[in-house]
Design a protein around this ligand. Structure first.
Ligand code: UD1
Length: 446
């Protein structure tokens, strides 16, 4: 298992380049099952989650090649409809194969994803949407078994207690592409990654209108054809660099970004005191003046993404004044709080919110990453801290950030990746196929 050693205190300066969005690439890869042909996806990040989805597609019979940032999938030989627990339990986005398998083959057996570190993660809305399209669904021994001779278009309300569902919208929208007649998804997720999936499907011959709004309409077609698509830039990666630059009182330019997908994040950073200018593909951010605390809430798009909540919390711990951070999407997503406290942050949890008494000088120490974005928050705290931090369980970061350590070092940070030989606390461990050691009791799937 690897860990990161971070020598804190250096303001980030310089230029950094953002990769393609993991959360767009994964459902697009899954949706490629719908086609019987060749799929070329450009700007696919080289991440553990992408490798996991590739393994899942291969386990179904597809051929997958990933070279540089181009992913090529041949779906002609897919002949299995079974997504096994061993792969699905590594990554929640695996559930995105359910709709495409059902729509193309009339049958799917997909493991339920199981528990997750960021709170209760049901898939009832995915199932509700597919049932509305005419699927016969049952749960057997931990698997969703879905069957349908021919999906039929339907009018579907997909809202839930946490608002819209991103991967649920992806699953139902993709399945509806091959349904007979028209489908309307109401309370659809508006996230840019859903829009990117719709662009991919439309390029392959689907007839989807309204992506990016709360009503998506899909007119079913008989088949989809081979396609080439370029994945949208990763707004969460870009936001992580912008927040890290602010936390270290630095000044950086973020290239290959899409600022129009980040207005809430940039607005919050401006309210905190950062100076920001944007062009269509670039964000320049600096922090010359004083910073101050704010009140912010993670919400569905276009609100502040829950996937940046932890990083904002690390920043606000360093900012003088009181801040309040609420997560309305995942109200229990606060695993990072206890590790930030160990670095000297003053944070008090109150239900789905935390109150931060900001401005403390964080100090480096040994901390444990609990999930992907919590790890990013610890890296940001470590960059802003006095002295050295060791961040253990780096594999969480590698699920969602391409070479984060190298990119930060390019901005003047001092981050070292090395083997962590210390004994791991917290129960039994097993060796994964990809040679990372994971605690069987913790999985994080954002
Ligand atoms: C996706 C993202 C994840 C992000 C999340 C919210 C991917 C691969 N992952 O996850 O990074 O944090 O969106 O922006 O794109 N819910 C239900 N029933 C369901 C499904 C969801 O009640 O069937 C609830 C969830 O508990 C949560 C809310 O809806 O409160 C949003 O979850 P959802 O948008 O589905 O998250 P994911 O798609 O799993």
């Amino acid at each position: 298992m690897e860990m990161l050693t971070v020598q804190g205190g250096a303001p980030l300066r310089g230029d950094v380049y953002v990769d393609g969005a993991k959360n767009a690439a994964l459902p697009i890869m899954a949706a490629s099952i719908l086609l019987n042909g060749d799929v070329r996806i450009n700007r696919v990040p080289d991440l553990v989650d992408v490798q996991t989805m590739s393994l899942l597609l291969q386990s179904l019979g597809a051929t997958v090649r990933h070279s540089d940032d181009i992913l090529q999938i041949d779906t002609r030989r897919i002949n299995l409809h079974h997504a096994d627990y061993e792969l699905v339990c590594r990554m929640r986005a695996s559930v995105c194969v359910l709709g495409p398998l059902l729509a193309r083959f009339g049958r799917a057996s997909v493991s339920l994803p199981g528990g997750c570190n960021i709170g209760h993660r049901p898939i009832d809305l995915h199932l509700k949407g597919l049932a509305a399209l005419g699927a016969d669904l049952r749960i057997e021994r931990g698997y969703v078994i879905a069957e349908a001779t021919q999906l039929q278009g339907a009018d579907i309300f997909l809202g839930g207690p946490g608002g819209s569902t991103v991967t649920g919208t992806c699953n139902v929208m993709t399945a509806a592409c091959l349904a007979k007649g028209r489908t309307a998804i109401r309370a659809a997720a508006c996230e840019p990654e859903v829009v990117d999936l719709a662009r991919f499907l439309n390029a392959a011959g689907a007839r989807i209108s309204g992506p990016g709004t709360s009503i998506i309409e899909i007119d079913g077609v008989d088949e989809l054809t081979s396609v080439s698509h370029t994945v949208v830039p990763d707004r969460i990666e870009a936001a992580t660099f912008a927040i890290a630059a602010t936390a270290t009182r630095g000044s950086i330019s973020i290239h290959n970004a899409q600022p129009e997908h980040m207005t809430s994040v940039l607005d919050a950073l401006r309210a905190i005191g950062a100076t920001i200018s944007v062009t269509p593909n670039q964000i320049d951010i600096s922090t010359a003046g004083p910073l101050n605390g704010v009140e912010l809430a993670a919400l569905p798009f276009p609100g502040i993404p829950t996937d940046t909540q932890a990083q904002f919390m690390a920043l606000l711990a360093t900012v003088p004044g009181v801040s309040v951070v609420t997560d309305r999407v995942f109200p229990d997503r606060f695993m990072h709080v206890s590790e930030l406290l160990r670095m000297g942050a003053r944070i008090r949890r109150e239900g789905a919110s935390v109150v931060i008494d900001g401005g403390s000088q964080l100090t480096g120490t040994r901390v444990m990453a609990s999930d992907l974005r919590a790890s990013a928050a610890l890296v940001i705290a470590a960059l802003a801290a006095n002295g050295e931090s060791q961040i253990r369980r780096t594999y969480h970061l590698d699920r969602g950030y391409t070479q984060l350590d190298q990119k930060l070092n390019g901005l003047g940070a001092k981050v070292l990746r090395r083997e962590d030989n210390s004994p791991s606390p917290g129960g039994p461990h097993y060796l994964q196929k990809d040679s990372t050691v994971r605690n069987t009791s913790e999985q994080s799937f954002d």
